[in-house]
Write a protein that binds this ligand. Structure first.
Ligand code: NAD
Length: 285
């Protein structure tokens, strides 16, 4: 039932996801507003969203935010001779945007599976990316071969679009807070003369252990390779979306507000920097 798989957005994450779909043996039609440069070998680049919509039954989005996803969803719906029947949105768009885009596509007869991802471009290529998804049973069944092409780790977490976004925002809030807090704690230790590597070895073996001590610091800070493929502007967007969503639910977001402030400060000072550079930023502040 899937004549071809489309992918729109070939950035850090979309480029890796597109390559996975090709490797899975699917016929991949790819598009990005910036042109064909990052379309993987084995895919067919086309010059518009409309062309993707004409050639693919399922279309994967990997776009910066909800605004971009909504715009592309509208272009897809407007395509003459459209064959696209389902959208799998792997972008982090937030809860409200996922509901809006799901309703918009639904009115046009296109199913929407809200499917944000966690694990970065390297995790994507290793097929260890966590794909959390929400959508109707029928829509999820239709897009299963595409989800399977994206990653080996997939979790259906709900029936309604927006539910997977809520989980993704909770995840990124935790990841953002852990990295910001660890940066502050490590900078403090260094200021009293502790050795960076020694501190990390101990922290990662003690009760302060978290994804910053187990992954971000050893793989990016200690190596000096600040190239995780995830920008501080996208992380700032995610924490802000988390804060908005918690606010809409009427819940407390004491820590969320502090974390959002730290990331905003960093993104304002170094717009577009890799998010792991928050450590040198905090240490130098
Ligand atoms: P990116 O900025 O590297 O790539 C986004 C791509 O979308 C760009 O190539 C851009 O040209 C394209 N684009 C934007 N608007 C478009 C439009 N209207 N039509 C066609 N193409 C358009 O971002 P990324 O890091 O690849 O992230 C993509 C999404 O995945 C974001 O929502 C992000 O929050 C999420 N995400 C990223 C990571 C990561 O580690 N990079 C991890 C998990 C989730």
């Amino acid at each position: 039932t899937v004549p071809g798989v489309g992918i729109i957005g070939l950035g850090n994450m979309g480029g890796a996801l597109a390559a996975n779909l090709v490797d899975a043996g699917l016929a991949v039609v790819a598009h990005d507003a910036l042109g064909p440069e990052r379309a993987p070998e084995g895919s067919t680049y086309v010059a518009s969203v409309a062309e993707v919509a004409r050639r693919a039954g399922v279309v994967v989005f990997s776009l910066p935010d909800g605004k971009a996803s909504e715009q592309v969803a509208r272009e897809l719906l407007a395509a003459e001779g459209r064959c696209a029947r389902h959208v799998v949105d792997t972008s982090t768009v937030g809860v409200t945007a996922a509901r809006t885009i799901g309703a918009l596509l639904g009115e046009g007869g296109v199913g929407y599976v809200d499917a944000p991802v966690s694990g970065g471009p390297a995790g994507a290529r290793a097929r260890t990316l966590a794909v959390m998804y929400a959508g109707s049973r029928d829509a999820c069944a239709e897009v299963e071969p595409v989800l399977a092409g994206l990653s080996d780790r997939r979790f259906r977490v709900g029936e309604r679009p927006g539910m997977a976004q809520a989980l993704k925002l909770a995840n990124n809030f935790l990841s953002a807070t852990a990295l910001a807090a660890t940066s502050e704690a490590v900078a403090f230790g260094r200021s009293v003369g502790l050795d960076l590597e020694t501190m990390l070895t101990v922290l990662d073996s003690a009760s302060g252990r978290n994804t910053a001590t187990s992954d971000k610091f050893p793989n990016h800070v200690l190596t000096g390779r600040y190239a995780s493929g995830f920008s501080n502007s996208l992380m700032t967007k995610d924490v802000q979306l988390y804060l908005n969503a918690v606010g809409e639910q009427g819940g407390p977001s004491w820590i969320g507000a502090v974390t959002a402030g730290v990331w905003e400060r960093f993104a304002d000072a170094e717009p577009g920097a890799d998010f792991t550079r928050i450590y040198p930023f905090v240490e130098g502040s």
